[in-house]
Design a protein around this ligand. Structure first.
Ligand code: AGP
Length: 528
């Protein structure tokens, strides 16, 4: 199908001269199946895309746009589809609760179900809203409303500088890990003046900030782990209670959020369906919503009341790395910004934090300069089939993130645990075959974590510890130690994760895995 950008994970289907590209999830599937069966169609599988093709086939009377409009009214759910008919050189596309983006090129036009898929073709784009239909030819684009009026869309130019090639790196994941020092610099530039944090586009008053009696952070996967760090950051800097919840659970338990709550949604893609549903639920309940995202003009960004960009540039590898650390930095800066407005953070403390935050690019570069040690460690442990990551305090969410990185890229079964919780059952799983990755960075809980490590060692586990430079104690217990430069404990999580990203990368490489596109996964999950 000429001119269509095929998103990763996109389904295709052909039927009697119709070609369909589809992404999403249909809610009234059974109803549509019954109807199509009654109309004499034979359904070969369970896939939504097959239903779309047959519905269009049934409704088509020579006008593809009309058939698409009627199909749109019949199909409920969150989806986008693009369709052609062999009789005419045009593509007709529509969406419902699902991103749909048009890319404008030179004598060629593109359509995609997420913005980042377009960027290697064109940076001139326009966004299609729910129920709108676009008709594309190589030379022309017509967009019509659900009722058929032609709409003039505003075009915008995506300003991301990130190139879509791997450069000198073998994989996008490694490239993105190495982009972190520059990412920190980008995020810091222009955001701090005279030790005061300023976030572009965010103009909050004391009255607004004081009206928020509670924060609820909602996100999925890696972004959820960023939220767990955010809890510690905001509670410490704003002195208000912070809850963190997995987005797919949030909307289904009547969450206690109201006009006095700030809901912070975190999403790299800005399109994750679970997070979007949670955002809408929070708004329905009157909460203010602030989105921390990486994707300009994403749905989550457009629907939130306030936005903070993490300026990572496009993240291509499915395993999120640089977006995670930039989310953390965004949370620290946001916490200081709100704390400075509210007066809940002293000048001295803000200065101390900013001083340490300024050290991030340099310290991250130092960690990245030690990459050879990760290759050696990976060679030693890559055949393991089970790994546990443990840590306390801020080391705990980083353990969760380290385990997620390892499991999604290497397919090793890996779990993250609060170190103190591990003995309440999971310790039973430890054998001589187990790899324990012990995060011993946070100093206030250091002795207790070490005691947990010893318990695992006594059961035969191999211990790979992550510790601060100069730590001699941990080397007496661990089989291997990865040292990171000494940095203030409060901002340490932003760096602690980098060795774990490298570990996951090199172990996956040693196992010959499809690092950038692990099996069964897609970059942005737009179904609930
Ligand atoms: C992380 O490596 C994963 N790819 C995944 O957990 C991801 O963070 C999650 O799906 C949320 O995505 P989002 O940040 O785009 O909302």
């Amino acid at each position: 199908m000429n001119g269509i950008v095929e998103c990763k994970g996109l389904e295709k289907f052909e039927h009697r001269g119709f070609k369909v590209l589809y992404k999403g999830s249909i809610e009234n599937k059974q109803e549509l199946r019954d109807w199509l069966l009654e109309e004499g169609y034979t359904l070969n599988g369970e896939k939504d895309i097959e239903l779309v093709a047959y519905i269009i086939d049934y409704l088509y009377n020579g006008n593809l746009t009309e058939a698409t409009r009627k199909a749109q009214r019949k199909i409920k759910g969150s989806y986008g589809f693009a369709i052609t008919n062999a009789s005419k050189a045009e593509v007709v596309a529509t969406s419902n609760n699902h991103p749909l983006v048009i890319g404008l090129g030179d004598k060629q036009n593109f359509i995609a179900f997420d913005l980042s898929s377009l960027l290697s073709y064109t940076k001139k784009c326009c966004l299609i809203n729910n129920g709108e239909i676009c008709i594309l030819t190589p030379e022309n684009i017509v967009i019509v409303s659900p009722t058929g009026e032609v709409i003039n869309k505003e075009e915008f130019q995506v300003s991301w500088d990130g190139t879509m090639d791997k450069g000198k790196f073998e994989h996008f994941m490694l490239k993105e890990i190495y982009e972190q020092p520059d990412g920190f610099k980008t995020n810091l530039s222009g955001r701090i003046k005279n030790n005061k944090v300023k976030i572009e586009g965010l103009e909050l008053t004391l009255e607004i900030v004081k009206s928020w009696k509670k924060i609820a952070i909602v996100a999925c996967g890696t972004s959820y782990h960023a939220g767990l760090i955010g809890k510690g950051v905001f509670e410490n800097l704003l002195h208000i209670p912070v809850e963190v919840e997995i987005a797919s659970e949030f909307s289904y338990r009547a969450p206690l959020v109201d006009e006095e709550t700030l809901v912070i949604v975190i999403s790299q893609s800005g399109e994750t369906a679970d997070t979007l549903v949670a955002l809408r639920e929070a708004k329905k309940k009157g909460a203010s919503v602030l989105a921390i995202t990486n994707t300009l003009n994403s749905t989550i960004n457009r629907e939130a009341d306030y936005g903070v960009y993490i300026w990572s540039g496009p993240e291509i590898a499915i395993a999120s790395t640089k977006a995670f650390t930039m989310m953390l930095l965004a949370e620290y800066l946001l916490g200081i910004y709100l704390g400075q407005i509210k007066g809940s953070i002293s000048e001295e403390k803000a200065n101390m934090l900013l001083e340490n935050i300024y050290k991030l690019p340099e310290t991250a570069s130092k960690i990245l300069a030690e990459a050879t040690q990760y290759q050696k460690i990976a060679e030693k442990y890559y055949q393991k089939e089970n790994a546990f990551f443990i840590g306390r305090g801020f080391d705990w969410p980083i353990s969760l993130e380290g385990a997620l990185k390892l499991k999604e890229t290497s397919y090793i079964h890996a779990e993250g645990y609060a170190a103190g919780e591990f003995k309440h059952g999971s310790l039973a799983l430890v054998t001589e075959e187990t790899l324990m990755v012990a995060l011993c960075v946070q100093q206030s809980t250091y002795e207790k974590t070490l005691a947990n490590v010893k318990e695992c060692k006594a059961r035969g586990a191999q211990i790979l510890a992550l510790a601060l430079e100069g730590d001699k104690e941990v080397a007496k217990i661990a089989d291997d130690v990865i040292y990171i430069p000494r940095i203030n404990n409060f901002v340490a999580p932003i760096l602690t994760v980098i060795p774990l990203q490298l570990l996951a990368y090199y172990i996956s490489k040693a196992r010959g895995c499809s690092i950038d596109q692990p099996r069964n996964l897609v970059k942005s999950i737009v179904i609930e």
